[in-house]
Design a protein around this ligand. Structure first.
Ligand SMILES: [Zn+2]
Length: 251
């Protein structure tokens, strides 16, 4: 049967489709285009990715950094064969964060924000045998960074006194965060799942696919030369989830 989701949304897509103007290295672009498949050993994991992201010294990067906050020197390492390659193109990423001090980030909590609900009606009221229906849902979302300017604060130093609010130094810190994290901003991802239903005869089932955006909350901390410390809370969209609610009515 034809579902009310429409066929446009039934096209199966990889879990990690990447579009947009991100300056990936050639190696990483090939890995992404191959739906997260290591080109050395063929290991593939379309949900989690085949690689662990890390710094050049081998320090593993956090989940939040995986999704939206990869530093320009990030290395991808295959979980299976340990092949390593740079994530970003050297030349085009060198300018990112230029002119700003190092930004230290601290992960705080995660939150789930309802995104949208798609209904699906499976009407088997007049049926005499079970109605079987399989649907593939796909929801595209964008990696996004949102600064919480209202909660920004600057402590110490001399620059915090020059203007109300976070002042000049605070605004510099915000600009640093924006430029550091703009690298993957707007990168599109897609959540894709398949669901199967079996509706008994004489039954109408109304299904709701409830999507929610997962946000990782973090605080960026920037230290100025004069001892000032700026703290800027922000959040990064790191995942999309779906849960299914269903309600049956009988004839
Ligand atoms: Zn491999």
């Amino acid at each position: 049967m034809k579902s009310r989701l429409g066929f446009r949304e039934l096209v199966a897509r990889g879990a990690d489709v990447v579009k947009g103007d991100v300056h990936w290295s050639d190696e990483h672009r090939v890995y992404l285009k191959a739906k997260l498949k290591c080109q050395s050993c063929g290991h593939q994991d379309p949900i989690r990715g085949a690689v662990q992201y890390q710094l050049p010294d081998g320090t593993a990067l956090s989940a939040g950094q995986h999704m939206g906050l990869l530093p320009k020197e990030a290395i991808a390492q295959c979980r299976s064969c340990s092949a390593r390659w740079p994530v970003f193109k050297g030349g085009s990423t060198a300018a990112i964060g230029a002119g700003s001090g190092a930004v230290e980030t601290i992960e705080t909590d995660r939150s789930l924000v309802p995104h949208r609900t798609d209904p699906l009606e499976l009407d088997n009221l007049d049926g005499t045998s079970p109605l079987k229906h399989t649907v593939t849902i796909s929801q595209e979302w964008a990696q996004t960074v949102q600064l919480d300017d209202e909660k920004s604060k600057v402590e110490g130093g001399t620059t915090s006194a020059d203007l109300p609010g976070v002042g000049t130094f605070g605004r510099k810190a915000e600009a640093a965060v924006k430029s550091t994290y703009s690298i993957t901003e707007g990168t599109k991802k897609a959540l894709t799942r398949e669901f199967s239903f079996e509706v008994p005869p004489g039954t109408k089932r109304v299904v709701s696919f409830n999507y929610a955006q997962v946000w990782q909350h973090e605080v960026a901390r920037l230290r100025g030369a004069d001892g000032a410390v700026a703290e800027i809370p922000f959040k990064v969209a790191v995942d999309m989830t779906v849960n299914v609610a269903q309600h049956d009515t009988t004839a």
